[in-house]
Write a protein that binds this ligand. Structure first.
Ligand code: F6P
Length: 375
């Protein structure tokens, strides 16, 4: 029989174990021996860190990834010029792996695509991101217009968490007549932050729309008006960690870094913009504002039902790709489903070359009001 191996890379989400379990179950039914590679691409370096998952009990509802993760990318980069692909190929051969399924975002699946394109290795990509910024060319009908949108495994669970978080802190904001600035993960895309609005956050700042010097003045004025108009004299403002915000001190619109340390890809750790915005609101408007960081709360915890259905449905498409020996593909939804309800899913697959970053389109955001547009 053939052997299929699964690896998980990049940041964790609540839906990864569900994806692993669903792919494992289906591949075993097809007669594959199923391996799990630990710590992402790193588990294919050195002698390999590989487990047999074929008959192991597996809890798909438990969050995170039991296979663990890393941000290692075997292809040469500016930070790490070594080409570690030969070692990867050696281990794929050592463990007699016929097909590799990579559960990841842009980076993990980008490396998988290169492995397929340059070495002809059979790979299938599987989407995973809480940021929901993986381009999949899915069309969503929004306010009468068909626009490109995505629902990636991990996002629905994370969005639910952000929604609940925003809904909860409201009672404290109301009790103290305060403004709470809620900082939500999202380096380049505001999808996750936008879900705080479904939890009642009145205003939102997302990375897609930069806050210049002029816009900042309008923003502060809008905050004042909204606060004074609110029945309980309180506001919840959701802010993406990656928002581009005008810095009075430097006169530049920039992403605020809490840390200047960068990881192996040159990514700095984000965080701290919520506190900066809250203090500017307090100082400039004289309204008490506090910052709150949602952070890993969004990314952690159990897989929600929506993600469970999404991952199992996309895993059905993996079966289809395996049977057709159609590699270099990634299963995606073929139409957008109502985010709030569980509806029928339809799937298709796209060439992994089409996978890329996908910001939130302008239709979703009202830049004049600093609000997420109503569907
Ligand atoms: O890509 C998911 C994400 O949560 C981003 O929103 C965030 O910028 C990044 O990962 C932070 O990752 P970590 O804390 O693991 O470095």
């Amino acid at each position: 029989g053939k052997t299929l191996a699964i690896l998980t890379g990049g940041g964790d989400t609540p839906a990864i174990n569900s994806s692993i379990e669903a792919i494992r179950n289906r591949a075993s039914f097809l007669g594959y021996k199923v391996y799990g590679i630990r710590h992402g691409w790193k588990g294919l370096l050195a002698d390999g860190d590989v487990l047999d998952l074929t008959c192991q009990p597996y809890d798909g509802f438990y969050g995170g990834t039991a296979l663990r993760s890393s941000r290692t990318n075997p292809f040469p980069s500016i930070k790490n010029p070594d080409n570690r692909v030969p070692q990867i190929l050696k281990n794929l051969e050592r463990y007699k792996i016929d097909v590799l399924v990579t559960i990841g975002g842009d980076d993990t699946n980008g490396a998988a695509r290169l492995l397929h394109e340059t070495e002809g290795f059979p790979v299938i990509g599987f989407p995973k991101t809480i940021d929901n910024d993986l381009r999949t060319r899915t069309l969503h009908h929004f306010n009468g217009k068909a626009i490109e949108a995505v629902v990636c495994p991990g996002f629905p669970s994370a969005a639910k968490g952000v929604m609940e978080y925003a809904a909860r802190i409201r009672t404290t904001a109301e009790s103290h007549s305060r403004i709470i600035v809620l900082e939500v993960m999202g380096r380049d895309a505001g999808w996750l932050n936008a879900s705080a609005s479904f939890g009642g956050a009145e205003m939102a700042l997302v990375p897609e729309f930069e806050i210049t010097k002029e816009r900042k003045l309008v923003f502060l004025e809008t905050v004042r008006e909204n606060y004074l108009r609110s029945p309980k004299k309180s506001l919840v403002i959701a802010v993406s960690e990656g928002v581009r915000w005008y810095d009075d001190a430097t006169g530049k619109v920039d992403v605020m870094y809490a840390s200047k340390e960068v990881d192996e890809y040159g990514h700095a750790r984000l965080g701290g913009i919520g506190a900066i915005i809250a203090s500017e609101i307090s100082n400039k408007l004289g309204i008490e504002a506090r910052a709150e960081t949602c952070g890993y709360y969004a990314r952690s915890g159990e897989c929600r039902l929506y993600d469970r259905r999404l991952t199992t449905t996309l895993a059905d498409k993996v079966v289809d790709l395996l049977l057709r020996e159609d590699y270099g593909q990634m299963p995606v939804l073929s139409h957008m489903v109502n985010f709030q309800e569980l509806e029928e899913f339809n799937t298709t697959s796209i060439d992994m070359g089409q996978v890329g970053n996908h910001p939130m389109p302008k239709e979703y955001y009202n830049i004049d009001k600093f609000e997420v547009s109503e569907a």
